[in-house]
Write a protein that binds this ligand. Structure first.
Ligand SMILES: Cc1ncc(COP(=O)(O)O)c(C=O)c1O
Length: 507
């Protein structure tokens, strides 16, 4: 079906011939005079890029998990004016592969435990290439009907996994930050955009959440960071008190943002109690499940995230615990009209994009107009490997982090700092019976983190838990083995013992 008027093809008659390109005597590569390349050259370059990427992935275990360089060095290497004349594409590709891309944390390294590591599937990587190669702009149905339908398919999978009813909807976003912005905007609009709108989240919420609130116009003083309990879950009494006292002061509570896997510890707020509370108070419940949401594909994860299905909106990141290349965020809402009402805008230049009654335009549901087909990577990965493989891969993170917690609890020198729920283990050097004071422990653990950074191939990071410095390992990469985890913990113990013995950090 071709909905546009006849005649628009006439403009194509004058398109220029493809430039064939001339082989360059020195390099054998083809030099092109405009922005096109001959077929053979495209294929050669594509093969070269494939080789480089596959080689990189294969070589990961033999490399350090972290790599980086100082700005001054990189500036000297790379800063230049845009060249007037081009050079052989192979040189350009090799420069990128040798001088640019290696200077980055290898987030897909089996011993990368810092922040939120993950390892994208190969079909997912190829999907991004195919989406670019097909030059998809999945803004509206008319512009990209096949990709739009595919996004609906994948969103429907996600809907079922979290237990949302039919009729729920949403869209893919760049990530959890953008999903939170879209969710808060919809929440604010559905509350009638009140003066002094106020939002609630826990002191464990990711910084993306208060920033999203600021982006949608919530004043700083109307963003409440509710204290968390000993398990790093939002304190329900403190929340109730804050909402009541804010109402008394004339503020307008509109949304509670709960955590389903905090970035610090993986803790999950009491989702069912929060859903009850929000229902009574007439508040929108958003669940930030960017980190932990995909645990629902396992039975254990489903139990831990019980109540997520009662939220008004849920943010998920498939580039975290669902093993996709960046960017693969998603926002699901229980009532799709809340997004439509908030984001749909009339526009003359897109008036032709209204095509039929049941053809959704994803640009009506969120911030972006031009957008890639992010759902493709999830779809291709799941079609290739099947959900059983994904369930095993997610469950592996649960299992390894559980074993790591046991290791920590049995260690004479380590102290566990969280109860592991979703893949994250926090701990510190604190030998039983040594009676070291907090200032010393802080110094010892910072020293150990620095030793890990410089002297060990693994890369781990830290967090602060109720004011206390903690070492942190996020163990969700499906290529990580128990040996990777155990040897990393052994290195921490070794550096801990050396630091304590040397005593440098104790004075
Ligand atoms: C719990 C949580 N929420 C939100 C975000 C932000 O997501 P993104 O980086 O995809 O924007 C993160 C990122 O790590 C996160 O861990």
């Amino acid at each position: 079906m071709k909905p546009l008027v006849d005649g628009c093809d006439e403009d194509r008659a004058s398109s220029p011939d493809l430039m064939e390109g001339e082989p360059d005597a020195g390099t054998g590569a083809h030099v092109t005079e405009d922005l096109q390349m001959p077929r053979e050259h495209m294929l050669d370059l594509g093969q070269k890029v494939l080789d480089l990427v596959v080689q990189r992935i294969e070589s990961l275990p033999g490399k350090n998990a972290w790599e980086g360089e100082f700005r001054q060095v990189l500036e000297e290497q790379l800063m230049e004016d845009a060249p007037e004349e081009g050079r052989p594409a192979l040189d350009v590709i090799e420069q990128v592969a040798n001088e640019v891309l290696p200077w980055a944390t290898r987030l897909d390294h089996p011993r990368c435990f810092a922040f939120v590591p993950s390892s994208p599937t190969w079909p997912g990587i190829l999907a991004d290439f195919m989406a670019a190669g097909h030059h998809i702009n999945q803004c509206t149905w008319l512009v990209a009907s096949g990709p739009s339908q595919l996004e609906l398919v994948v969103l429907d999978w996600f809907r079922q996994w979290i237990g949302y009813p039919e009729g729920a909807g949403g869209l893919f976003t760049s990530g959890g930050s953008a999903a939170s912005v879209d969710a808060f905007f919809a929440a604010r609009e559905s509350a009638g955009h009140p003066e002094r709108a106020t939002v609630y989240m826990s002191d464990q919420s990711h910084s993306a959440l208060p920033r999203a609130a600021r982006v949608v116009g919530i004043r700083r003083e109307c963003i409440r960071m509710v204290p968390s309990d000993e398990f790093f879950r939002m304190d329900m009494d403190a929340l109730a008190r804050a909402v009541a006292s804010d109402r008394d002061s004339g503020l307008a509570p509109i949304v509670v943002a709960a955590n389903a896997g905090t970035a610090s510890t993986g803790s999950v707020d009491r989702l069912e109690e929060l859903a009850d509370f929000c229902a009574v108070e007439g508040l929108w419940l958003h669940v930030d499940a960017a980190y932990g949401g995909f645990a629902v594909v396992t039975e254990q994860g489903k139990r831990r995230l019980r109540g997520i299905e009662r939220a008004d909106s849920v943010g998920l990141d498939a580039h975290k615990w669902f093993f996709q290349p960046y960017e693969a965020g998603c926002l699901l809402v229980k009532d799709e009209n809340t997004l439509k009402d908030a984001f749909t805008m009339g526009t003359d230049v897109l008036q032709d994009t209204i095509w039929g009654a049941n053809h959704p335009n994803f640009s009506d549901l969120g911030l972006q107009l031009s957008r890639s087909v992010r759902a493709l990577k999830v779809w291709m990965s799941v079609q290739t490997f099947g959900m059983a493989a994904f369930r095993r891969a997610v469950a592996k993170g649960m299992e390894l982090s559980g074993r790591a917690e046991t290791y920590v609890r049995e260690s004479p020198i380590l102290e566990a700092m969280n109860v592991v729920t979703l893949g994250i283990v926090c701990f510190r050097i604190n030998p039983a019976d040594d009676g070291l004071d907090e200032a010393v422990l802080d110094k010892v653990n910072r020293t150990v983190l620095a030793r890990m950074f410089w002297d060990d191939p693994a890369f781990m990071s830290s967090t602060t838990l109720h004011g206390v410095f903690a070492l942190r390992m996020c163990i969700i990469n499906h290529t990580t083995t128990w040996d990777d985890v155990r040897e990393t913990l052994e290195a921490v113990e070794r550096f801990g013992n050396e630091t304590l013995t040397k005593g440098d950090a104790l004075v």
